[in-house]
Design a protein around this ligand. Structure first.
Ligand code: SF4
Length: 426
């Protein structure tokens, strides 16, 4: 009897990388593998790496080092590194020299290269035709484009993922119809800058929104320079588009925004955010903020703090700048010591923490439409789901509600979720 081959895929970084890994696993299924949960069980190990921040890279170095023993115990084990980190020639060289036991270091074109590396002879489908092996029962990530044309000066993405390439609307719509038929009704459209999707992002959303049934479509990431007021008007009128707008501001200082090459000013950003709040009062507005960009002064940082207070983001992903080789900002003078940047960072966390707490409290007493996806996050005896604003909501209810939309009256706010009671079940 032929031995069952087992594959383990570990993903670092963003949702786009997770979506890529789901495709890798989907391809491996067609090549006769099954997925396993630990590297120890596997005949094939793939690490899908991320280059966006230094701490993700450090984790990869540590975790790859640990695989040496597994390879020593089982010389037939195949270990492959792929993803954005290994797309950079200097990194690929480093891995080759430091970890000679790796079978292949591929970069971002793994779907094409994988069958050859593992000696698969079968005819395999094109990347577009591979059905991803999705995690979770009721949710799905759907990449609508890949790459980025923007060249923000701190960002390595255009260097490792290349220029923007959009999938066709027909393929995306077909995929979403299939997901809805599978009862995956929490769908996230992915792209580095979805607003520049070609031929037209609003048109795409419009077509998706008109599909039959109730579902939630969210999307990330929106670039503030390309997010138009017409899009906000459309979302306000839509049936199934999420009331969550993730709009990365990065800095509140016009001087720093210009150095970052972000293409908008503080004033333009505030105007857009205020417009969204006025048109969609229930909107949840979240952002990304980068602290300690090269040349940033405390005065610049205070502009970020004041913008954060003025807008009152529901939550923010906050990061300390990390230098990425090959980007423009890697050559900028960066005189502020790391301890000082960490101090600013803690100040920002403190301010945003207070704002987020206030923002979660405002939902108490309200009824939110929630798509139930599984076991409670705050308590396994509860159920959990996602509101139309993208907020996690836990509530008591029976298991048959999984995969259904329900109305939940909010009774309590946690720092990262809401808790409530079921009001109506359809
Ligand atoms: S928009 Fe800027 S930050 Fe976002 S992926 Fe493109 S270059 Fe990077």
């Amino acid at each position: 009897m032929e031995k069952i081959r087992k594959a383990y895929v570990r993903t670092y970084g963003c949702k786009q990388n997770f979506a890529d890994s789901e495709k890798i696993m989907g391809l491996l299924l067609t090549l006769g593998y099954i997925a396993v949960k630990t590297p120890e069980e596997a005949d094939l190990i793939i690490f899908n790496t991320c280059a966006v921040r230094e701490n993700a890279e450090q984790r990869v170095f540590g975790n790859v080092g640990v695989l040496k023993k597994l390879k020593g115990d089982n010389p037939g084990l195949v270990i492959i590194l792929c993803g954005c980190m290994t797309q950079q020639p200097h990194m690929a060289e480093y891995f080759k020299a430091k970890f000679p036991f790796l079978n292949a270091i591929i970069g971002t074109n793994i779907l094409t290269a994988l069958p050859g590396i593992i000696g698969a002879e079968a005819v395999f489908p094109s990347a577009e035709e591979i059905k991803p092996l999705r995690e979770g029962e009721f949710s799905a990530n759907v990449p609508i484009m890949n790459g980025c044309d923007n060249f923000c000066t701190y960002c390595v993405v255009p260097l490792v993922r290349g220029r923007e390439v959009s999938r066709t609307p027909e393929k995306i719509i077909d995929e979403i119809k299939g997901l809805i038929a599978e009862n995956r009704r929490d769908i996230l459209l992915l792209g580095q800058n979805v607003n520049s999707y070609k031929p037209d992002f609003m048109e795409l959303l419009h077509e998706i929104d008109s599909l039959d049934g109730e579902f939630t479509i969210s999307y990330m990431t929106s670039h503030p320079k390309d997010c138009k007021k017409e899009l906000i008007d459309f979302i306000a009128e839509s049936r199934n588009i999420s009331r969550h707008l993730h709009l990365p501001v990065q800095s509140g200082s016009n001087r720093i925004l210009e150095l970052m090459n972000r293409g908008y000013t503080r004033e333009q950003y505030i105007e857009l955010a205020e417009y969204a709040k006025s048109k969609i009062p229930e909107i949840s507005l979240t952002t990304d903020i980068l602290v300690g960009f090269p040349g940033e002064t405390y005065e610049d940082f205070k502009d970020t703090l004041s913008l954060t207070e003025e807008i009152g983001f529901d939550s923010a992903y906050t990061f300390i700048y990390s230098k990425r080789e090959g980007t423009a900002a890697a050559n900028f003078a960066d005189p502020v010591p790391p301890e000082e940047k960490s101090k600013w960072f803690r100040e920002l966390l403190e301010v945003q923490g207070r704002i987020s707490e206030r923002s979660y409290l405002k939902h108490i007493g309200k009824s939110l439409r929630v798509f139930c996806t599984g076991e409670g996050r705050s308590n396994p005896e509860l159920l959990t789901g996602k509101s139309k604003q993208g907020i996690i909501v836990d509530f008591a209810g029976s298991d048959e509600l999984r995969g259904k939309f329900v109305d939940v009256k909010i009774t309590k706010a946690l720092p990262w979720a809401l808790v409530g009671q079921l009001t109506v079940n359809k």
